[in-house]
Design a protein around this ligand. Structure first.
Ligand SMILES: C[S@@+](CC[C@H](N)C(=O)[O-])C[C@H]1O[C@@H](n2cnc3c(N)ncnc32)[C@H](O)[C@@H]1O
Length: 233
């Protein structure tokens, strides 16, 4: 990297990001202050989780987890819209974690929301149990290198998640991931899911082949052989 590019990427851009004022959005009555660079689409297509889970008549879940939460637009929206009783959040980016903690404080949610700074699930206490896991994780293996919002090198973030999530998932718990058909298809993940002792319960809105433009789809995943809740069949 040339000196000018280095100064631009390492000093000027971070300083501009820091100086940029926070944005504010209210989802399901919960006010979230966040910096634009933390938004990975959760405020836009991520909100499709709400009508989607409602259309499947998902009952209120005891405890939901948002994996790769960023500022947790999806998780706080689930909570605010009455789709879960309590919420667990985690992200690798300390700025995203600080944003989640600020939202908890602002809205007086200390008794209902836990926030962890964690690389994948590595720093999540073993005592956590989730009936629902949602996520809009990084969507691309071969693009956006260096952008932790978008790049999953070798699909290793997904692979590690699938292999470590079963111990946190209730026996009838359901994982619902929102993926991007421009970066993956259902088949991209099937083998990693099955090797982890999980299985696909449903898919929605996916194409069999990669698409030229971003199109989002849902994959519902359960423990292999589990009694699948009605709403996830
Ligand atoms: C597509 S963004 C989604 C952010 C937010 N959920 C949204 O919908 O706007 C992906 C998120 O994954 C986080 N992430 C990337 N690698 C991670 C890892 N190894 N462990 C935990 N979080 C990770 C990023 O920091 C980023 O917040």
């Amino acid at each position: 990297m040339g000196l000018v590019k280095h100064i631009e990427n390492k000093i000027v851009r971070p300083a501009l990001r820091w100086a940029r004022p926070a944005k504010c959005v209210t989802l399901g009555g919960i006010t979230i202050q966040y910096k634009a660079e933390l938004d990975g689409g959760g405020i836009e297509f991520g909100q499709d989780f709400i009508p989607f889970l409602r259309s499947r008549r998902m009952p209120k879940q005891q405890r939901a987890f948002e994996w790769c939460s960023g500022p947790a637009f999806i998780g706080f929206s689930l909570l605010g819209n009455g789709l879960c009783e309590t919420l667990c959040l985690a992200d690798i980016n300390p700025a995203a974690v600080a944003s989640c903690r600020n939202t908890v404080r602002l809205n007086g949610l200390e008794d209902r929301v836990s926030v962890y700074h964690s690389n994948n699930l590595r720093s999540i206490p073993e005592s956590e149990r989730w009936s629902l896991v949602v996520s809009n994780p990084p969507h691309f293996i071969d693009q956006y290198e260096g952008d932790i919002r978008a790049h999953d090198p070798g699909w290793n973030i997904h692979r590690e998640f699938f292999s470590t999530v079963p111990k946190y998932l209730e026996d009838d718990g359901v994982i619902v991931l929102q993926e991007n058909n421009r970066g993956s298809t259902v088949e991209t993940f099937r083998d990693m899911i099955e090797r982890a002792g999980l299985e696909i319960a449903f898919t929605y809105g996916d194409s069999k082949t990669l698409t030229a433009k971003s199109e989002f789809f849902f994959i519902g995943i359960v423990k292999k052989g589990a009694t699948v809740p009605e709403w996830a069949k």
